[in-house]
Design a protein around this ligand. Structure first.
Ligand code: NAD
Length: 313
């Protein structure tokens, strides 16, 4: 088993190297645990200063429909993040049979509630509810997930408002370590509405040349080999072969996959990619915590509180 030590943590790869416990890793780690903690501290400080000055504490409505186990875990984590950030979480746990009309009525109520600054509806929703209708029913000014058509449209037009959390979190992570996308060739693998597409817009906004690859892309290897910054967001282990990474590439792995032994891994073989990459984000401990911290940052901003972005000391 290949092992990499970083910041007193050990990252294990899948490659077995007999009698060779430590790799020739060249990559530095894009450490989502460190940077998300810095973001949460920054959010907390900004909120407390705002409240001390007589401002209102931000409120986040967290809506969960049904009892999907993964969603329940995510929602619990988000509620915990609220405590850490100084945000008032209001919980709405609804039964799986809640109708679309009932959910829309709740969203309408929350849109008009002055104590609520952000509305989060945990996805996926049960099949009988139209996710697009729900996402677009949330007031754009409370759209802290950044999924509303208006929010993504603003990003596309270089007038960013509330930005989708995962791509924004990735930009914060890169900026923290001084990794700029300006004038670089960035390849995004995956084109979903919540990750791949807005990711491309974020990178374009920073002055990158962006290639987006997706399920219909022919010769994915060709594009990966030409990437200076590579963001992989597919959810298929091994979709990008680590051998395709060129020396010095920045690798951001968004994918989450569970191995048969229960271990969480990303879309790329971390240890092998780390032998060539200049920077790489681990899974877990990379993009995931950045997404969560960014949700808190967006909620503070939806309440009119500016949060300074942390930079490495
Ligand atoms: P999705 O299923 O909506 O989209 C996957 C994308 O991959 C699609 O655009 C599809 O075209 C593309 N794709 C599929 N096969 C491909 C192929 N052979 N070659 C190139 N592209 C291909 O998924 P999503 O919601 O964007 O999530 C992607 C992954 O990221 C999942 O593993 C998800 O769990 C993870 N994720 C992580 C976070 C986080 O915070 N860490 C947040 C969101 C998603």
């Amino acid at each position: 088993m290949l092992a990499i030590r970083y910041n007193n943590r050990t990252f294990f790869g899948l490659k077995t190297v007999v009698n060779m416990p430590i790799t020739s890793q060249t990559a530095k780690i894009l450490d989502g645990l460190e940077v998300s903690a810095a973001v949460l501290t920054s959010v907390h400080e900004a909120i407390e200063a705002h409240v001390q000055a007589g401002g209102q504490r931000p409120g986040l409505a967290v809506v969960l429909v049904g009892k999907d186990p993964a969603s329940s875990i995510y929602v619990r984590a988000k509620r915990k993040d609220c405590e850490r950030a100084g945000i008032q979480a209001r919980d709405f746990d609804l039964p799986a049979e809640t109708s679309q009309a009932e959910l829309l009525a709740l969203i309408d109520k929350l849109n008009h509630d002055d104590n609520i600054h952000g509305v989060l509806v945990q996805l996926p929703l049960p099949d009988h509810i139209d996710e697009v209708a729900i996402t677009n029913a949330i007031s754009a000014s409370k759209d802290v997930d950044g999924f509303h058509a208006f929010s993504v449209g603003r990003l596309a037009l270089r007038q960013p408002g509330l930005r989708p959390c995962t791509p924004r979190g990735i930009m914060t992570l890169l900026n923290y370590y001084g990794v700029s996308a300006m004038a670089r060739h960035c390849v995004v693998v995956g084109a979903s509405n919540i990750v791949g597409r807005p990711m491309g817009l974020e990178l374009l906004h920073q002055g990158a040349t962006v290639t987006t690859c997706h399920r219909f892309t022919r010769d994915l290897e060709f594009y990966v080999r030409h990437a200076e910054i590579l963001v992989i967001a597919v959810g298929k282990r091994g979709i990008v072969d680590a051998d395709w990474i060129r020396e010095g590439t920045v690798v951001v792995d968004v994918g989450i996959n569970r191995l048969d032994n229960g271990k969480l891994v990303g879309d790329i073989d971390f240890a092998r990619a780390a032998e060539k990459a200049a920077w790489i984000s681990p899974v877990p401990g990379g993009v995931g915590p950045m997404t969560r911290a960014t949700l808190m940052q967006n909620t503070a901003e939806a309440a009119g509180i500016q949060v300074p972005e942390p930079k490495q000391a």
